[in-house]
Ligand binder design. Structure first.
Ligand code: HEC
Length: 130
């Protein structure tokens, strides 16, 4: 049972919405063709991209001293704020992609965040720590 305090209400609303999306399914639909079904970085599209081999998405925590870098992953996946700083890259800007399908309104943007959160939570669940 989720406990929602008044202060946490907005957060709870967003996480409750994220629960309604299947991160694994969203990953399979939007990410696996480049990052591979298991995140290992050998999706079918990748040979067509001029970038070097992708980093394995199952070792994001391992590469970050054993801690899952939630903020980093969320920013990379959303992409709308980070791309300006990191320059052009070969990965779609999912914040913009999902906005295209959902819309710009407040509710639509909550759904965009919820989708991204669901994907990030899924990625956290597939981490391998050695
Ligand atoms: C068209 C191919 C493509 C698709 C589709 C794609 N990515 Fe990426 N992704 C890349 C490339 C290329 C990089 C690395 C270089 C860069 O930033 O351009 C990357 C980097 C990343 C990184 C950073 C990894 C690290 O350790 O630095 C994460 C996290 C990531 N992608 C997650 C996702 C998620 C989640 C999705 C689906 C919502 C997705 N990607 C869809 C091509 C793609």
């Amino acid at each position: 049972m989720r406990r929602c305090t008044l202060v946490g209400l907005l957060f709870c609303a967003v996480t409750a919405l994220a629960d309604s999306y299947d991160g694994a399914e969203l990953y399979a639909m939007n990410c696996s063709n480049c990052h591979g079904i298991y995140g290992e970085g050998d999706g079918v599209v990748m040979p067509d991209l001029s970038t070097a081999r992708l980093l394995d998405l199952r070792y994001l925590s391992e590469r970050n001293n054993g801690v899952f870098p939630t903020r980093f992953v969320t920013d990379i996946v959303d992409g709308r704020e980070t791309r300006a700083a990191h320059g052009p890259n070969a990965m779609p800007v999912w914040g913009a992609e999902f906005t295209r399908s959902e819309g710009l309104g407040e509710d639509a943007q909550a759904r965009v965040s919820a989708k991204i959160d669901a994907i990030v939570t899924y990625l956290e669940s597939i981490q391998i720590l050695e």
